[in-house]
Design a protein around this ligand. Structure first.
Ligand code: DON
Length: 568
């Protein structure tokens, strides 16, 4: 059955391209190609990116085309109604990043989710119209194109228009995702129109899924660029939909939204350069702090996923996530974040000195808590024939975001504002952080964990990596990098290996089921750690430049159904 859907995808790809790309589905054996590679959660979207590379597009062009294609083929997280981050590193050494994180609308207030009792009303920061942030994806992709693109914008949006207009087969991943959200579709007529058949029944495996409204919106974007989304017909449609349904995003919010080109954060790890996303993502800073702490240990000798190794990782995670909770937020609203210190190797050495090599520390519950984050986002990585790389993570927050489709627009809206600290001043063990850096304010961006990262060597990009997974993203990306640098894995092995997660509070480590032996778990628990098993942690996508052999490698995590690396 799976093969059947792969072949349908392939036929679609052939239709899109003049000659077939080489491709691998996913798994421990990476794709190895000579000219360029894309690894994403949707093989069809990866193929779209490769087609752009074949047309002479660079990594940024391919990333833009892949991102639009994912908005059609991977609707749980691929989007035009959400936001995210792109990190770029050119073969010439130029590195930059684009922040297209959603913003709170102008009407937002610090206490907008609270009732008279000071508590969040009906989970309204996560569910419903007030959780929707002003989308950033189209503005971000457009800005990246203005700065670094080479092919015409319209050519990059065209494949997504075709996929939405002509339809795609319902894969098992789409089928099961739609099923899980059946009640949401039934609750919102605009969503039912997209995710249920005309007679209200569910899509079946292999059905052709056509998205005419999305095709129309993508066509506006194709023809008018950024303005096709933020002005005119779509802006009116979205603002009208908001007004009619209790939302607060207006035409003015859309008009004023700007994506920002930012300096990435930088660190080094055992001589490699780490280039990652700066705030409003917490990803880069937190990951570099952990790498700095871990650099003081001979991790290769300690052994991949040994109990001792997992202990050291946990202790680094505990400390860096505590700093994350205390200090990080939108840089446009927090001028005094101590980024230099958090990224400093001497600071890391002082933190490392507090780690007992044989015994778990205890997270100080009087200081910080944890807020709920879901597990649906998507990451993809691109390398072009010249060695330029893009690492891009974007999201709607929950799987399918708010599950609310903008009526007539055909696209899902995010529920990203749940990433703000909803209750000012209340930080407790039950799962809340109320620290000031990440409180709601008009036009502010909520703190993110998305960690698109590029590792470079001697100023040239070596690998581009990242993952979805809410707060686990930073730890997934960390372990992927350690797998390659310390443990000598190839990019396929590195994305597939089992992972753990600790985030300061709750003081529990989660282990991915099926990867760790009972002996390892026993020794680890014997050091004083509490652990729990969980299902998959993230879905990592990576590309790697094997300069010695003149090859590009793509690793697409088999943890998600439709994933695949494609290349030529
Ligand atoms: O920005 C963040 O960190 C979260 N909103 C991302 C959500 C996420 O990763 C869910 N999925 N995998």
């Amino acid at each position: 059955m799976r093969l059947f859907y792969r072949s349908i995808a392939l036929v679609l790809c052939i239709a899109l391209s003049t000659s077939t790309s080489l491709y691998a589905t996913s798994g421990r054996t990476p794709l190895r190609v000579e000219n360029g590679v894309v690894a994403s959660a949707s093989l069809t979207a990866s193929e779209v990116g490769v087609e752009i590379l074949k047309q002479g597009g660079n990594a940024v062009d391919a990333a833009i085309a892949t991102a639009f294609a994912l908005a059609v083929t991977w609707p749980s997280a691929g989007n035009i109604g959400g936001g995210g981050f792109m990190v770029y590193h050119g073969e010439d050494g130029h590195a930059t990043s684009f922040d297209f994180r959603e913003k709170a609308p102008l009407a937002a207030t610090e206490t907008m989710y609270l009732g008279l009792d000071g508590k969040v009303v009906n989970n309204s920061n996560h569910i419903g119209m007030l959780a929707i942030g002003v989308p950033g994806t189209v503005a971000g992709l457009y800005k990246a194109h203005e700065e670094l693109g080479s092919l015409p914008w319209a050519d990059l949006v065209a494949p997504a228009v075709a996929l939405a207009r002509d339809g795609i087969p319902i894969s098992y991943a789409l089928y099961s995702g739609f099923q899980q959200n059946q009640s949401a579709w039934e609750q919102h007529p605009s969503s039912a129109e997209v995710f249920l058949k005309a007679d209200g029944s569910a899509y079946e495996l292999g059905d052709l899924w056509v998205q005419p409204d999305l095709a129309k919106t993508l066509q506006l974007i194709q023809e008018q660029g950024r303005d096709g989304f933020y002005k005119g017909e779509n802006a009116k449609l979205l603002a009208d939909f908001m007004r009619a349904n209790g939302g607060v995003i207006t035409e003015e919010d859309l008009e004023q939204y700007e994506a920002v080109e930012r300096e990435p954060v930088r660190g080094t790890y055992r001589g490699y350069e780490i280039i990652s996303m700066a705030p409003p993502s917490s990803g880069g800073v937190t990951m570099i702090e952990m790498l700095n702490i871990l650099e003081g240990y001979d991790l290769a000798a300690v052994g991949h996923n040994s109990a001792q190794y997992l202990h050291l990782l946990t202790e680094a995670m505990r400390r860096a996530y505590a700093d994350r909770a205390e200090h990080l937020g939108d840089p446009d609203f927090n001028e005094s974040m101590p980024l230099d210190e958090l990224l400093d190797k001497e600071y890391a050495a002082r933190v490392r000195a507090t780690i007992d090599p044989d015994r778990a520390s205890v997270s100080d519950e009087t200081q910080f808590g944890n807020a709920y984050e879901s597990d649906e986002t998507t990451h993809f990585s691109v390398a072009d024939k010249d060695g330029n790389m893009v690492s891009l993570t974007y999201t709607l927050e929950f799987g399918y975001g708010s599950r609310i489709v903008a009526e007539g627009g055909g696209y899902l809206l995010n529920n990203e504002l749940g990433d703000f600290n909803a209750v000012p001043g209340v930080t407790d063990r039950s799962g809340q952080i109320g620290t000031p850096a990440n409180l709601v304010a008009p036009q502010k961006r909520p703190l993110s964990s998305m960690s698109p990262t590029i590792v470079a060597q001697d100023g040239k990009p070596l690998m581009a990596v990242g993952s979805p997974g809410g707060r686990t993203i930073i730890n997934t990306t960390l372990q992927l990098i350690l797998n390659v640098i310390d443990h000598g894995m190839n990019i396929g092995e590195a994305v597939e290996a089992g992972r753990i997660h600790h985030q300061w509070l709750p003081d529990i480590t989660t282990f991915e089921e099926g990867f760790f032996s009972p002996d390892t778990v026993n020794i680890y628990q014997g050091m004083g750690h509490e652990m729990r098993e969980r299902g998959r942690q993230g879905s990592a996508m990576g590309v790697y430049h094997d300069r010695e052999n003149g090859l590009f490698l793509g690793g697409a995590d088999s943890r998600v159904g439709d994933s695949g690396a494609a290349g030529y």
